[in-house]
Design a protein around this ligand. Sequence first.
Ligand SMILES: Nc1nc2c(ncn2[C@@H]2O[C@H](COP(=O)(O)OP(=O)(O)OP(=O)(O)O)[C@@H](O)[C@H]2O)c(=O)[nH]1
Length: 314
Amino acid sequence: MHNPPADNDSTIYKTLLESTKAIPWKIDWASKQFTYIGPQIERLLGWSQDSWQSVEDWAARIHQDERESIVNFCVERSLHGADHEADYRALTQDGGYVWIRDVVHVIRTPSGEPEALIGFMFDISERKKTEEQLLQLQKQLEEYSYKDGLTNVANRRMFDRVLEQTWLDAKRNQQPLSVIMIDIDFFKQYNDFYGHLQGDEVLKRVAHTLNGAGLRVKDFFARFGGEEFALILPETSEASAIKIAERCRNLVFKEQIPHAASKIGQILTISVGVASTIPVSNHESKVFVEFVDSLLYQAKKAGRNQIVQGANQG
Ligand SMILES: Nc1nc2c(ncn2[C@@H]2O[C@H](COP(=O)(O)OP(=O)(O)OP(=O)(O)O)[C@@H](O)[C@H]2O)c(=O)[nH]1
């Protein structure tokens, strides 16, 4: 057994405890009263040292979103005599909050009952801020990985994901699904004539123009690759899809983008393939998209600046 510290020692311990950044505290289990809390608490949260009377004061100063779960967790752990730690937002006197990590040690009676809790509160707001920034960054990265860097519309990866989901829904509900594939005419010549940077600008402009062509919330537009774009139209019949394909062609034409190197006129045009299907169990979305792409190829071969349609393939 150690002897209790002499007065001199306890002064040293007190000085040490009260000069750390971590805030020491002690609660008597039977009365649920604070028997001690370091004066540093006032600097951190604004609440004066003597305002920490009972566990009620502690609980009331936990952000309400996690108050109940934190209190329940700490009571449950303490009853089991288990040391524990909890992260929560502690409310400050001026209405803000600070992220705290409370590290708790349970002192038990010889029979194992909790007698007192002692612990340290650590200010972990900087760590939490970094965690939140990392999460934000992760979200942004995920967003970037589904977005085309040049045009800012969805990319091929996102197209594949949306198609897969839309295909399954259409199969389950036996609803028609339409896909439109779009390709800029003589884009190689455009690049050659105006330069690649100007080509990039046109891709952005066309993407922006076509992004609003499907009017329903569920309509989905993506850059399929290069100078090719695609629209997925759930619950859309062939007749409606053809109208939207027409709208696409008109929208781009109305932009009146000069294309002096086009072999079919002086204005930039697009070719379009469009088809609808009601998927059945042995149909594959990939095969359907290849079919729509072949319609687009037919539009190119037939002279460009036109729409070729096909139905019920899949
Ligand atoms: N500026 C620019 N050009 C691109 C980009 N992606 C693909 N291209 C160009 O798009 C052109 C596509 O050429 P082709 O596939 O021959 O098609 P096209 O010239 O449009 O001819 P048709 O489709 O037959 O009318 C190529 O010259 C590519 O370099 C891009 O991100 N920026």
